[in-house]
Design a protein around this ligand. Structure first.
Ligand code: FAD
Length: 360
C-alpha cells in the first residue's frame, strides 16, 4: 500500500513517521509550524536518555532496543554523531520493584545488564553517594541521544528520501487533502483533538551543572523513586540533573521557558546529596520543556473516529524520544494495515498507573 501522506509535526515522532513512509514509497509532506527541532518541542531538547528498562512493560523494552539499532544505523549512514554510548545506572532504593521487574524483562529479551551492589557501582561515576542505595541496575548498552540534532537529522534524511517540507500550522479545520494524515503534534495534539486524546501538558525544568573533566561522558542515571534523572557532561553541556516533578498545565506556544528557582534548588540539593563532588559546581544552564502525559504513560495511537484517513499519534509521556525511528515503523505498519495498534495505545480516556517514565 502507498499513496499520499501528510504528517503534521516535525518532532521525533512525525519526522520518523514521514521518513519511514517515504522509505516505503509514499509521497510524503511533513508540516511544521515552527522549525524542526524547535526548543518549543519536546524533541528540541539537547539530550534524551535511551534505556531499555521499562519495568515489566516489555513492549517498550523491545521498541527501545529496536530503536537503538535504527539510531545507530542513521548515525552510521549519515556520518553525523547523535549517540553517546555512556551506559545508564538505575539507582535502586527500598524494594526496587521497578528495577527488579526491569531486570527480569531485560533478561528475557537478552539485553545486557548487570545487577551491581551499591559499593561496586561507585566506580561508574566520578563521585557517587551510595549509603541509601540497595543496588544499581546497570545497562551498559544504554546511552544519550543528541535529541535536537537527531530530530533534525531525521528530517534532513527524510527530505533526501523525498519528503516534502511544509512550513505551516495545519489545523483539523483545514481538512487537509491526502490519502493519509498523521497528526504527530506532540503537546499540541490535545488542543486539536480534546475529545479523542486524554493528554495533559506539563512543564519540566532541566539543569546543567559544571563538573570537571572527569564528568565527561559519565553515564546516564535514573533514580526512579526520587523522581530525578540525568547524565554526565555530554557535548560540553555540563552534568544534567533533572527533577521529574508534576506541574500545572502549560500552553506549549506561550509558556516562558525560564527555569523555576525552587526546581533549580531541588536539582542542586539532589546533585549535592547523590554526587557530592558537584556540591559547589556552578549552574551552567537550564531548559524548560513540556511533557504530553497520558495518565498511564502509555503512548496514543489510533484512527480518528470520524475521519478514517486520519491517525493520531502522541502521548510521549516523558519517555517517547528514544523510540522515535522504531515508533515510525510501528505507525507506518498500522497506517498500511499490516498490524493493529496495541489496545493500550487506544484513543479516549485512560486510567491506570503512570509507571513508564522516570518518576514513580
Ligand atoms: C524535559 C524532558 C525530558 C525528556 N527526557 C526524555 C528522555 O530522557 N528519554 C526519552 O525517550 N524521552 C524523553 N522525553 C520525552 C520526549 O522528548 C518526547 O516524548 C518526544 O520528544 C515527543 O516527540 P513528538 O514528536 O511526539 O512531539 P514534539 O517533539 O513536541 O514535536 C511536535 C512537533 O509538532 C509541531 N506541531 C504541532 N502542531 C502542529 C501543527 N498543527 N502544524 C504543524 N506543526 C505542528 C510542533 O511545533 C513540534 O515541532 C523528555 C521530554 C522532556 C520535556
Amino acid at each position: 500500500m502507498s499513496g499520499t501522506a501528510l504528517v503534521v509535526g516535525a518532532g521525533v515522532t512525525g519526522a520518523s513517521v514521514a521518513r519511514e513512509l517515504a522509505l516505503r514509497g509514499w509521497e510524503v509532506t511533513l508540516a511544521e509550524q515552527y522549525a524542526a527541532g524547535t526548543v518549543r518541542s519536546a524533541s528540541g531538547g539537547d539530550t534524551r536518555l535511551l534505556r531499555a528498562a521499562h519495568g515489566d512493560a516489555e513492549w517498550y523494552t523491545h521498541l527501545a532496543w529496536r530503536a537503538r539499532s535504527l539510531w545507530l544505523e542513521l548515525q552510521e549512514e549519515t556520518g553525523t554523531r547523535i549517540w553517546e554510548p555512556t551506559g545508564l545506572a538505575w539507582f535502586v532504593r527500598g524494594h526496587g520493584d521497578f528495577e527488579a521487574r526491569s531486570r527480569d524483562a531485560l533478561e528475557q529479551a537478552a539485553i545486557p545488564f548487570e545487577w551491581r551492589t551499591a559499593d561496586d557501582a561507585r566506580s561508574l561515576f566520578p563521585s557517587l553517594a551510595v549509603d541509601d542505595l540497595a543496588a544499581v541496575l546497570w545497562e551498559p548498552e544504554a546511552g544519550v541521544l543528541h535529541a535536537r540534532r537527531a530530530t533534525q537529522l531525521l528530517v534532513e534524511d527524510g527530505e533526501r528520501r523525498g519528503v516534502r517540507p511544509l512550513a505551516e500550522r495545519v489545523r483539523p479545520a483545514d481538512a487537509p487533502a491526502a490519502d493519509v494524515v498523521v497528526w504527530a503534534c506532540g503537546a499540541w495534539l490535545p488542543g486539536f483533538f480534546p475529545a479523542e486524546v486524554a493528554v495533559r501538558v506539563e512543564r519540566r525544568d532541566v539543569f546543567f551543572f559544571g563538573g570537571d573533566a572527569s564528568w565527561r561522558n559519565a553515564p546516564g542515571w535514573v533514580e526512579y523513586d526520587a523522581g530525578f534523572y540525568g547524565h554526565g557532561d555530554v557535548g560540553g553541556l555540563g552534568v544534567k540533573v533533572a527533577p521529574d516533578f508534576p506541574s500545572d498545565e502549560v500552553d506549549p506556544d506561550t509558556v516562558e521557558r525560564l527555569a523555576l528557582a525552587e526546581r533549580r534548588e531541588a536539582a542542586r540539593a539532589y546533585a549535592t546529596r547523590r554526587f557530592p563532588e558537584l556540591a559547589s559546581a556552578p549552574l551552567l544552564g537550564s531548559r524548560v520543556c513540556q511533557y504530553d502525559l497520558t495518565s498511564d504513560t502509555h503512548f496514543v495511537l489510533g484512527r480518528h473516529p470520524e475521519h478514517d484517513a486520519w491517525w493520531l499519534v502522541g502521548g510521549g509521556s516523558g519517555h517517547g524520544f528514544k523510540h522515535g525511528p522504531a515508533l515510525g515503523e510501528y505507525v507506518a505498519d498500522c497506517v498500511e494495515g499490516r498490524r493493529d495498534p496495541e489496545p493500550f495505545h487506544a484513543l479516549g480516556a485512560r486510567s491506570g498507573n503512570a509507571r513508564l517514565r522516570t518518576a514513580a
